[in-house]
Design a protein around this ligand. Structure first.
Ligand code: WT7
Length: 649
């Protein structure tokens, strides 16, 4: 990946009046200043755009030591009401809320208005109630990218149930672990999903997961019509059980700090954590970031290509756009089916105004050549965005030039599952851009760079990225394990939220995210704990030890490189390598498939038995000329053997 980035390489924001209605440079400066000087006033004003059952009088209420985060604490609201009902009540029931673009361009899509969305959400909510779900219960959603997935999320929010969406690419074991962790008694799924014409056996995966854990009911949406098993008494077809449910369902009044959802995400240790977001702060944060970051105007079509199984889908397919009364496009398929122009064909077809995708998709499409883009009229595009991993300047420029016609602003938005919404970005009408830099902090955000000793770095510097003050969209805890929340995010640098990312700030105050500094890797914008892949590998009967590291990958950003030692008597082979790859796919899911499997008789360890990952990373990067100090290794000769057997040549 070519990564030449320059601090002084500016791309000027367009002078045209077609950007920046919601925030000019002067407005950003004064709003940012106010958000820090008087956060209560600032956030009370943003919160005022929402409908509250009881308007909050307490705004910021947080402490990082001990960790206790609250926003809008005495307010009451319902986010489903804010995303759906209030738009209908305001006379916008005919406005399109969701455009569904199916996997096959020949299949029929859907346009769902706000009024229809309300009807659908009520039907789903009353069906969940009929099956026994109620306020505070956890409902697992394991769905393809179809509107019913959104209905299910909003239905949970409506009745006060806590949704836990699991990405459709995760394995039965991953489903079982998550259902068990949050003690979820309900699963909403579909018979099957479709991605690039391939079938995803969702219900079959749920069945397999339910051999390990049990739930009260599984609600199954019929999508492909494929053959599936239904277990009497446990599994219910949505189209059957929803028959005759009431067509009214009041929105449950929620305290601002009542939980809204759990979303599992990988960290440097252990199994994925159930990051918990609550209602009021998340509602305000997603409404406000969507409005300003995407500079949204009524009537525009917004397309975020993420899956609802990730936080990007939660915040920028569902809650951000819908709370703003926007039209959000939802795409079931993949960028290269039936051909590499699918994104651009859909942009043209639906006259998309704002397009938001991941660098890995941009790089993959860039490799196929710009002819796929040039075939389509993309003149509706007004703003294009990137999220999920650092975007290399080469991909940024290609995106800007070919998709954005060299004129449309690009926003590179840095944030995390834990932050709920965008934290660092340029605002399209306010800021000039620098390819490869996310830009400047959003309102209320105080980034700080610290060195490994925790000393604060001022001015132009590179270090570990912390955030010193809370913001409304911040995760409140890890579900069922507040100590783990504190340990993971607030113990490395006391009194600060530590992001896990490395970052550089240039002389203009622009932030350049350099990637994770912990044992988390980012594969195609998906977060993966190396420890998770290692745990999966050592579950195999032949594996003795495993060490997993990331290495730079042209398309995926990072690839997964696994070092494996086998039990005595087992022999490495191509066949076993293939089997282990399949094994990891089965244990975690296809996104965790190892790119390289390197059998080695031993791993490099210190005398105290600690694996020296630094050396393993270097060898995986094929950069073994600079291994640094290897004298502390218990057996330095291991390194020679590893270099000889390196897989990434
Ligand atoms: C990690 C968070 C944000 C929603 C999708 C991913 C990396 C994210 C950027 C960006 C550089 C980025 C970070 C972060 N990341 N956006 N614009 N530039 N890096 O959410 O799965 O929670 O992953 O993704 O490393 O810590 P996530």
């Amino acid at each position: 990946m070519s990564n030449t980035a320059h601090d002084d390489e500016w791309v000027r924001k367009p002078a045209s009046a077609s950007v920046g209605t919601n925030c000019t440079a002067a407005q950003y400066d004064s709003m940012y200043a106010e958000s820090l000087a008087d956060p209560d006033r600032f956030w009370a004003a943003q919160a005022d755009r929402l409908d509250w059952i009881k308007r909050p009088t307490k705004i910021a209420g947080w402490n990082y030591d001990p960790v206790d985060i609250r926003w809008f604490e005495d307010g009451k609201l319902n986010i489903c009401h804010n995303a759906v009902d209030r738009h209908v009540a305001a006379g916008h029931g005919d406005r399109v809320a969701l455009i569904f673009e199916p996997d096959s361009p020949d299949a029929e899509g859907r346009h769902i208005t706000y009024a229809q969305l309300q009807t659908e959400v009520i039907r789903m909510a009353n069906t969940l109630k009929k099956l026994g779900a109620k306020k505070g219960d956890r409902v697992t959603i394991y769905m393809p990218m179809i509107p019913e997935g959104v209905f299910a999320m909003l239905a949970c929010a409506r009745i006060g149930a806590i949704h836990s969406v699991i990405f459709g690419g995760f394995s039965p074991d991953a489903i079982a672990g998550r259902v068990e962790d949050c003690e979820s008694d309900w699963i909403v799924t579909a018979d099957q999903g479709l991605r690039g014409s391939k079938i995803v056996p969702l219900k079959a995966n749920v069945d397999e997961a339910l051999e390990k854990v049990s739930v009260k009911a599984v609600l199954v949406v019929r999508h492909t019509g494929g053959e599936i098993a239904m277990r009497e008494g446990r599994d219910h077809w949505y189209h059957e059980v929803s028959q005759g449910v009431d067509d009214e369902c009041p929105c449950e009044p929620m305290d601002a700090e009542d939980p809204l959802f759990i979303l599992y995400t990988s960290g440097s240790t252990g199994s994925p954590k159930g990051v918990l977001h609550t209602t009021g702060g998340y509602a305000v944060w997603t409404e406000t970031t969507f409005r300003y970051v995407f500079d949204y105007r009524p009537g525009e079509v917004f397309w975020c290509t993420a899956d609802i199984g990730w936080v990007t889908g939660h915040s920028y397919i569902v809650y951000g756009p819908l709370q703003n009364g926007a039209t959000a496009l939802m795409f079931e398929g993949v960028p290269n089916y039936p051909d590499h122009d699918r994104f651009w064909a859909a942009c043209e077809k639906h006259k998309v105004n704002i397009f938001y995708t991941a660098p890995t998709a941009i790089r993959a499409l860039m490799r196929e050549g710009e002819a796929h883009v040039a075939k389509h009229d993309l003149s509706s595009l007004r703003l294009i965005g990137s999220v999920g991993e650092p975007i290399n300047p080469e991909a940024w420029r290609w995106y800007h030039e070919h998709v954005g016609a060299g004129a449309v602003p690009v926003i590179d938005t840095w944030w995390q599952t834990e932050t709920g919404g965008v934290m660092i970005t340029t605002l399209p009408g306010a800021h000039d851009m620098k390819p490869g830099s996310a830009g400047l902090p959003f309102f209320g955000i105080c980034p700080q760079l610290v060195d490994n000793d925790g000393d604060v770095l001022e001015g132009a510097a590179a270090g570990n990225l912390c955030i010193t003050r809370s913001w409304p969209g911040q995760a409140r805890t890890v579900y069922g394990d507040h100590d783990r929340f504190i340990q993971t995010y607030f113990s490395t640098y006391a009194g600060k939220y530590f992001t896990g990312d490395g970052c550089r700030r240039d002389a203009d105050g622009y932030y350049w995210i350099t990637g994770r500094v912990d044992d988390v890797i980012n594969v195609s914008g998906h977060r993966m704990g190396t420890a998770e892949v290692e745990s999966a590998l050592v579950l195999h009967a032949y594996v003795s030890e495993a060490a997993v590291v990331g290495y730079p990958h042209d398309i995926k950003g990072q690839g997964i490189y696994c070092y494996v030692t086998l039990k005595v008597g087992e022999e490495p082979s191509e066949e076993l390598a293939g089997e282990l790859r399949q094994w990891v796919r089965k244990e975690i899911g296809p996104i965790a498939t190892p790119d390289h499997l390197h059998f080695t008789p031993a791993l490099p360890k210190t005398r105290s038995g600690k694996i020296m990952r630094r050396i393993l990373r270097k060898i995986a990067e094929n950069d073994f000329g600079s291994l640094g100090d290897t004298s502390t290794l218990a057996d330095p000769s291991v390194v020679e053997t590893l270099i000889e057997g390196r897989q990434n040549r």
